[in-house]
Design a protein around this ligand. Structure first.
Ligand code: SF4
Length: 453
């Protein structure tokens, strides 16, 4: 299932006299890009809105990782175009992976569409928007060279928040057989560490307490260049920055989970006790067809090392079901892997071929009904594991970064070190601080607690 995130922000300045509505699909990279778009277009007077009807500009920031993404974008655009009727001057734009993939074709097919912005071209957006305000339709989807990419790494200016993403690398060289990312996001590039550290220092000065180091294959950071630190060293350097009290990173590839990086979970106290480490399958045969570069055993060894170094670490993951040729035995291996790892959360997907990928050429004769029943079985198992792990937290004390008011009156909401949302009784003066909370109740996606004195 594609995650849809509606980006909602407060207006930063009364000078903002135009409105932009953004819908973001897919991964955290896209969420980050949407934040960057908001920050860039504020310079042109655009403030974010949650209401497409009143927006001067509508932008879909798309993802094409799952099958059917293109159709979904076309359907959504058809729904949103109603706001442009009656002669209303409104810019409609598409960004992200579908924009990169389809390019000019989108403009050709959709006469009401104004802008198509590829994954390497966000820096051109202000110019494109100015042009579109004067009726210009434009598509930009050219991959740029590495020198330029290094100078254009996203850093977001704007309203201060307690937790911020910091992009440390982009693209991917892995070419897993099912994945379209290397084609639509380009090859891997690691950002200059001095630029990363400057950004993190700036964020700390702005009151940010937690940074999430972001990249498509984040733990491959620095591995292909010898003049930058390794990812483990980068984490240590970020941890030295005063004011930053918690560090997370996403998304990691198991094959790039070095011993040095695993050791950071033991010797960098600021590093969060949660890791997202997607296995994708528990079967060696399927992992080999996926081209993942590790085996079930080597994956489990890394999990074991992590749990040895940090016994309370929580692991989240991804599993794909119904990959071409996945037998009942292969699927059982994925279920047993889940039991062994005990993920607290799992993102599970039914395989869908992406055009141009190696796996799209594989013979896929598994009936859809079988794939769906495997997905149901897997999700049911995950619900049980999540419930069991969550129950063990009742009575424990968690250190929570209080990030804002909860849904209920008198409630504060924040994130524990293990990444779980914790709602607890408190007052707004606590926001921005790390608070010890005693957990009293566990829900599937969050925990409830009270102040621990
Ligand atoms: S590591 Fe594999 S799945 Fe992840 S982005 Fe790269 S190619 Fe895609």
């Amino acid at each position: 299932m594609t995650l849809t995130v509606l980006v909602a922000y407060k207006t930063r300045s009364t000078m903002l006299d135009k409105l932009i509505y953004i819908e973001t699909f897919g991964c955290q990279m896209n969420v980050n890009d949407s934040e960057r778009i908001v920050s860039m277009l504020a310079e042109l007077g655009y403030a974010p809105t949650n209401d497409p009807a009143t927006a001067d500009m509508i932008l879909l920031n798309t993802c094409s990782v799952r099958g059917g993404a293109e159709e979904k974008v076309y359907r959504r655009l058809a729904n949103l175009r109603i706001y442009k009727r009656d002669g209303k001057k409104q810019i409609i734009a598409v960004g992200g992976c579908v924009a990169q993939q389809e390019g000019e074709e989108l403009l050709r097919k959709l006469p009401y569409l104004d802008l198509v912005i590829g994954t390497h071209n966000l820096h051109l957006l202000p110019d494109m928007v100015i042009g579109a305000e004067h009726g210009e339709r434009r598509s930009e989807t050219t991959f740029i060279d590495n020198e330029q990419r290094l100078d254009l790494f996203p850093s977001i200016k704007g309203e201060s928040r307690l937790s911020r993403f910091v992009t440390v690398m982009q693209g991917c060289d892995n070419f897993c057989s099912y994945c379209i990312v290397p084609f639509v996001r380009g090859r891997e590039i690691s950002r200059r560490s001095k630029d990363i550290l400057t950004e993190v220092r700036q964020l700390a000065d702005d009151g940010v307490r937690e940074v999430i180091l972001l990249g498509q294959n984040v733990n491959s950071y620095g591995s292909k260049i010898d003049y930058e630190p390794t990812f483990a060293e980068l984490i240590q350097q970020v941890a030295e920055i005063k004011g930053i009290d918690r560090i997370r990173f996403t998304t990691s590839h198991p094959k790039d989970m070095s011993d040095d990086l695993i050791a950071c979970f033991g010797n960098v106290p600021k590093l969060s006790g949660q890791i997202h480490l997607p296995a994708q399958s528990g079967s060696d045969a399927v992992l080999s067809l996926m081209g993942r570069g590790y085996t079930r055993n080597s994956y489990l060894e890394k999990i074991c090392k992590l749990k040895t170094i940090r016994p309370d670490i929580v692991v989240t993951g991804d599993i794909i079901v119904g990959f071409p040729g996945e037998s009942d035995a292969d699927f059982e291996q994925s279920l047993s892997l889940m039991e062994e790892v005990r993920y607290i959360d799992l993102f599970s997907f039914v395989y869908s071929p992406r055009p141009g990928t190696k796996a799209a050429k594989l013979h896929d004769d598994l009936p859809r009904t079988l794939k769906m029943s495997r997905l149901d079985q897997l999700m049911e198992l995950q619900r049980r594991i999540t419930r069991e792990i969550s129950q063990t937290y009742i009575g424990s004390i968690m250190n929570v970064l209080a990030e804002g008011e909860g849904k209920l009156p008198g409630q504060i909401s924040g994130k524990a070190d293990i990444g779980r949302i914790v709602n607890f009784t408190g007052d707004v003066s606590m926001i921005g601080s790390f608070i010890d909370v005693k957990i009293t109740k566990a829900y599937p996606n969050s925990l409830l607690g009270e102040l621990y004195k």
